[in-house]
Design a protein around this ligand. Structure first.
Ligand code: SF4
Ligand code: SF4
Length: 220
């Protein structure tokens, strides 16, 4: 079944697909949902090149299109899982749990992608895929269909690099390697506030992309 799901996701446009078991159910109302399918789509290099010292209109539109594609892929994967007798909950690429928790969703896509062996979380707080670096967007399907990880977990590979910290105009990146104990290495409020203050007219102040653009782990 994993092979079938992977083929379907790739047919629909996914560039990376992984599977994992989660440490605990992320959705209270779905207690048996402890497995996840992680999908990624690669962003356009030419679009990322339009980001210089500030976000670009092209990037904002591309970001939204990538989210829509991911949402469609997650929706179709969830339907396929249901047709095979299991439950599945597709989680949108761009999530928010409302004004009390605006920077979190039902599940961390990055956590699911890391547990699926697709990459690691960098000092920028971005997910860095083994294959494309940070030039990806993610979505997740939570399910009770037993799934097994096919890839080894990848350790953080930032090393001594500090490029994203130096490039961030908001000072939102602390330049430290993420740890599993919850220590913050990135300040989402600072990032969002800066963009709203300076780039409200581009992407409604909600996307920037500079930390994606500068990362040397990016690959074609
Ligand atoms: S999106 Fe822009 S402002 Fe936010 S952390 Fe990245 S570089 Fe900094
Ligand atoms: S720019 Fe350097 S420190 Fe930042 S995420 Fe990429 S590799 Fe890691």
């Amino acid at each position: 079944m994993q092979t079938k799901l992977k083929q379907l996701a790739e047919h629909l446009g996914a560039d990376l697909v992984g599977f994992c078991q989660l440490p605990s159910p992320p959705v209270k109302q779905f207690p048996n949902g402890v497995y996840a399918v992680s999908v990624a789509v690669k962003l356009s290099d030419a679009i990322l090149n339009t980001i210089e010292n500030q976000p670009s209109f092209g990037y904002f539109q591309h970001y939204r299109t990538a989210n829509t594609l991911l949402d469609q892929i997650a929706f179709r994967l969830a339907r396929e899982i249901e047709k095979n007798g299991y439950n599945a909950l597709p989680v949108a690429a761009s999530q928010s749990l409302g004004k009390n928790n605006p920077y979190a969703g039902l599940i961390s896509h990055k956590t699911a992608a890391v547990l699926s062996g697709l990459g690691f979380v960098g000092k920028s707080g971005l997910f860095l895929s083994e294959k494309y670096g940070s030039k990806v967007r993610l979505a997740t399907v939570i399910t009770d269909m037993p799934l097994a990880n096919e890839l080894p977990i990848i350790e953080n590979g930032c090393g001594e690099c500090q490029l994203c910290q130096r490039a961030c105009p908001a000072g939102a990146i602390y330049g430290i390697t993420p740890t599993t104990d919850g220590e913050r290495n990135f300040d989402p409020e600072k990032c969002s506030r800066y963009m709203k203050e300076h780039f409200q007219d581009i992407g409604r102040g909600s996307v920037c992309g500079i930390c994606i653009k500068v990362c040397p782990k990016n690959k074609l």
